[in-house]
Design a protein around this ligand. Structure first.
Ligand code: HEM
Length: 484
């Protein structure tokens, strides 16, 4: 044993004292340990992004870090982030090759729109989705988003009224069900009963996946740990197959039977099925995965609504201003619609402030060729972390960044203004496709909830920084019906 320890010590001493290679122009960074690289440095903070910010103070705004055996580079300021995402977006169109990502998408992460490498297929998939997932504010499609959002929020209110308001309420499953129905109604022209056990199960599974995707695991960078994660990986594969069964049985089969190629597509599902027949580069798997991917977007919105509630109810003055704003527009006599949004800048600003403080991480990108950032060499295959956390909470970018202040997104004349460096949905060719749906459905749900209920915390509402997800089983809230 002693011999082994002495041997290991020798290896470590050699490792840390051997001269560094001088023949490269790689960004500077901490010297990696054997096997784990610099993974231990990330564990010293609540979120890896805080570690990136503190390392950038030592090594500069672009630095290298080895995680396990993966070569990574972290980019920390807005100008360099634009270089990665926009100017050289074409060089950084890949995604990391984590085993978990493959497990979640039928064994191949390229089935996923968010986790695939850039390709002509991805371009086609994004373009099919654009009309439905990024509708223009003046389009008929946007009117449809509004109609669906309003219809589903009314159903949600009926369900909510059945609850016992003398007790704290577990709101998340209901919010997720409402979001899921907004998505299935909008994209597939169908919705489900809140008591439907298959629907409840699939909504829960989507939420488990959303939470999962927002976690980091050592196995992502240390694939030899896989045997320890065997059970976990099997669970991920089974989630994916449960969702597939539901979508085929309860949505696609019926849709295919009633599809009429001579009429314009009724919805996103029709559009996908029609493309399948017209585009030889698309196959059945592509279509199903694309639909699953987009339907799964509802979990992101449900989680954002929960996080917004958690942020807002801690600040009574914010709740009051939102309620005053909603009532000044609807008079409390009707439910809010998307067309009220322009008259409710404070409420919209509150959603932006939540996105800022929650600071959703940008999915890591990967260099698909040898290239440069800020004059440094970046080798093909390098994983690029965009430190969006720094853009959201850095003192160089915000006044009192630690405070929850929706008014920072309002101009002196009361209009919503967003600084250019605020990019919660990223920017460039891989920017989020679902952002209009996020802004629309979260607005309808939140304004309706605050118009109809007084909402207070029922427990400590601590949120994890740098994370736009809350665990599937999370906090309860105290709701009191208003003016009834
Ligand atoms: C709180 C809600 C959401 C936030 C904060 C968010 C944020 C993001 C971010 C930061 C990215 C990464 C962009 C990049 O890598 O540069 C992304 C990608 C993506 N998002 Fe969202 N998103 C949200 C909801 C949604 C929804 C509801 C949908 C679908 C309807 C959606 C669809 C996508 C897709 C398909 C991509 C991948 C695009 C690509 O890689 O080409 N997102 N999102």
């Amino acid at each position: 044993m002693l011999t082994l320890l002495a041997f290991l010590t020798l290896i470590l001493v050699y490792w840390f004292t051997k001269p560094r290679k001088q023949d490269t122009n790689l960004p500077p960074g901490p010297k990696p340990w054997p096997v784990i690289g610099s993974l231990h440095l990330l564990g010293e903070h609540e979120t890896p992004f805080q570690a990136f910010t503190s390392l950038s103070k030592v090594y500069g705004d672009v630095f290298s870090i080895t995680l396990g055996t993966s070569k990574c580079v972290v980019v920390n300021n807005f100008n360099l982030i634009k270089e990665v995402l926009i100017t050289k977006g074409a060089d950084f169109g890949g995604r990391p090759d984590f085993i978990r990502f493959h497990k979640l998408f039928g064994g191949d992460r390229n089935n996923s729109l968010a986790l695939c490498d850039w390709s002509s297929l991805q371009k086609t998939r994004r373009s099919i989705a654009r009309t439905y997932c990024s509708p223009r504010f003046t389009s008929l499609q946007y009117d449809h988003v509004n109609a669906v959002g309003c219809k589903e929020v009314s159903v949600f209110l009926v369900e909510l009224k059945k609850k016992d308001f003398s007790q704290p309420i577990e709101l998340k499953p209901m919010i997720l069900a409402a979001c899921a129905n907004m998505f299935t109604q909008y994209m597939c022209s169908t919705s489900f009963n809140y008591d439907d056990s298959d629907f409840k199960k699939v909504v829960r599974t989507f939420d488990e996946i959303f939470w999962e995707i927002n976690q980091g695991y050592a196995v992502d960078f240390l694939p030899w740990l896989l045997p320890i994660y065997k059970g976990h990986m099997e669970k991920l594969s089974s989630w994916a197959s449960d969702i597939r069964k539901f979508i085929l049985a309860r949505i696609i089969d019926e849709h295919r039977l009633s599809l009429d190629h001579n009429l314009p597509p009724r919805d996103f599902t029709d559009a996908l099925l029609m493309h399948l027949d017209e585009d030889p580069n698309l196959n059945w798997q592509h279509i199903i995965f694309e639909l699953e991917d987009f339907l799964g977007g509802h979990s992101a919105i449900g989680n954002l609504v929960m996080i917004t509630l958690a942020c807002v109810v801690k600040h009574k003055e914010v709740v009051k201003r939102i309620q005053q704003e909603v009532e000044s527009v609807t008079g409390g006599k009707r439910l809010p619609t998307l067309f009220d949004k322009a008259s409710m800048p404070y409420t919209e600003a509150t959603i932006w402030e939540t996105l800022r403080t929650a600071s959703s991480p940008i999915v890591p990108h990967v260099a698909t060729l040898n290239t440069e950032i800020d004059g440094y060499t970046i080798e093909k295959g390098t994983v690029i972390f965009v430190n969006n956390y720094e853009l959201n909470v850095g003192e160089d970018y915000w006044d009192e960044p630690e405070k929850f202040k929706p008014e920072r997104f309002l101009s002196p004349n009361g209009n919503v203004v967003k600084p250019a460096h605020f990019i919660p949905f990223s920017t460039g060719k891989r920017t989020c496709i679902g952002q209009r749906l996020v802004q629309s459905f979260s607005f309808i749900l939140l304004t309706t909830l605050f118009q109809e209920y007084d909402i207070e915390p029922a427990c400590d509402l601590k949120l994890r920084p740098g994370c736009v997800a809350v665990p599937p089983d999370c906090f309860k809230l105290k709701l009191t019906p208003r003016n009834k």
